[in-house]
Design a protein around this ligand. Structure first.
Ligand code: MRU
Length: 353
């Protein structure tokens, strides 16, 4: 965290290695893990030391550079061959967030298109990883400000409900859904954020609440099952969530529980927005049912801390994401503007090829 501004940067290039905020230890401990090798970066992504789609993309980009740095040959073809293996290792870390695959492809493309020595390619890869990091931060600022355009027109301050953590910790900094919250707060239009705790890993309770408290953003934490009741009570003006992968038709994969939130928002006539960078849109998939959904260890359900909370003999199902159909989404807030889910192709003008 930058102590003068309270800004949170989860992935930092520093002293020839990558510093990651260890998100598994927040909010009790604010600690960094130093990553020097590609295999350690892969492990950090798998174990969610770094998590959140855009942050995973940035981490993977640096992972590609770290892997490139470990390759010892000076022969270009051998180097590119081994770099493909580095890419393959990083691709196996988490399946749903498309930013991972997007960043790896961009790094590989850079390597293949850079001429000169292997050392030149390595330097270009580092520059590209740093660009991906810097661009994501600018993208988040733009998303936050574009979010201001969709606010309900009322003189009252607004209450925004969000799910999981789509904040600075989940991006290069500032956040997507929480970026919108930050921009609304900065404009003096935020009454408070309602944050779902987000079972089973509690990213809302642990991370979103932490980010809000750091910045003095009023935050009320609720359990996931309370969202419908809060909407019925008239406590929520607008829902804004992040995304892990958006299909071309606007169907959106995000943290498990997002789909039910969209259904109850619809039932209460509350606008439901997805805030995400265009690197989260996967135009190769026409529908959300093609998005791979990660299934994680059932331990995340049956154990809290060191305590097993369920009876022996129960079985478990632990999908980490769900897909919200496009028709439940009011709009998708991107760095290029706000799009109806069915009009996402119009957003491609400035997109990385
Ligand atoms: O499993 P996680 O914590 O990586 O899931 C994170 C989310 O689902 C976020 O909402 C999404 O990645 C958007 S982050 C800007």
């Amino acid at each position: 965290m930058n102590s003068s501004t309270n800004q949170v940067y989860p992935v930092i290039w520093h002293n020839n290695s990558v510093s990651l905020i260890d998100q598994t230890r927040l909010p009790n401990e604010y600690a960094f893990v130093e990553i020097h090798r590609c295999s350690d970066m892969a492990q950090a992504i798998k174990t969610m030391i770094v998590r959140g789609a855009p942050a995973i993309g940035v981490a993977a980009a640096y992972g590609m550079y770290l892997g490139a740095r470990e390759i010892e040959t000076s022969d270009r073809n051998q180097f590119l061959n081994q770099l493909d293996k580095v890419a393959q290792l990083l691709r196996t870390t988490r399946p749903t967030a498309v930013n991972l695959f997007w960043a790896i492809s961009r790094m590989l493309k850079t390597a293949y298109e850079t001429f000169g020595t292997v050392e030149d390619i390595k330097q270009t890869l580092l520059n590209t990883a740093r660009s991906i990091n810097a661009e994501d931060l600018q993208t988040c600022y733009a998303i936050g400000d574009n979010g201001l355009k969709v606010l309900p027109q009322t003189p009252e301050k607004l209450t925004i409900l969000t799910h999981c953590n789509a904040g600075a910790l989940a991006t290069a900094g500032y956040g997507t859904a929480l970026g919108v919250v930050r921009s609304v707060f900065r404009e003096g239009r935020l009454a408070r954020v309602f944050a779902d705790e987000t079972r089973p890993r509690l990213q809302g309770a642990k991370l979103t609440a932490w980010e809000c408290v750091q910045e003095g953003i009023p935050v009320t934490l609720i359990t996931d099952s309370m969202a419908a009741h809060c909407m019925k009570e008239g406590l929520i003006d607008i829902v804004v969530v992040g995304a892990d992968r958006i299909a071309a038709n606007g169907d959106t994969a995000n943290k498990i529980g997002t789909y039910s939130l969209a259904l109850v928002a619809k039932a209460h006539n509350i606008p439901f927005y997805v805030a995400a960078p265009l690197s989260t849109v996967d135009f190769s998939l026409s529908h959300g049912n093609e998005i791979p959904i990660e299934e994680r260890n059932p331990e995340e359900i049956y154990q809290i801390g060191d305590t097993i909370i369920t009876p022996t003999g129960a079985e478990f199902y632990n999908p980490a994401f769900d897909v919200t159909p496009a028709q439940l989404i009011t709009g998708i807030i991107t760095e290029n503007g706000v799009f109806a889910p069915g009009e996402l192709t119009k957003s491609r003008i400035k997109q990385f090829a």
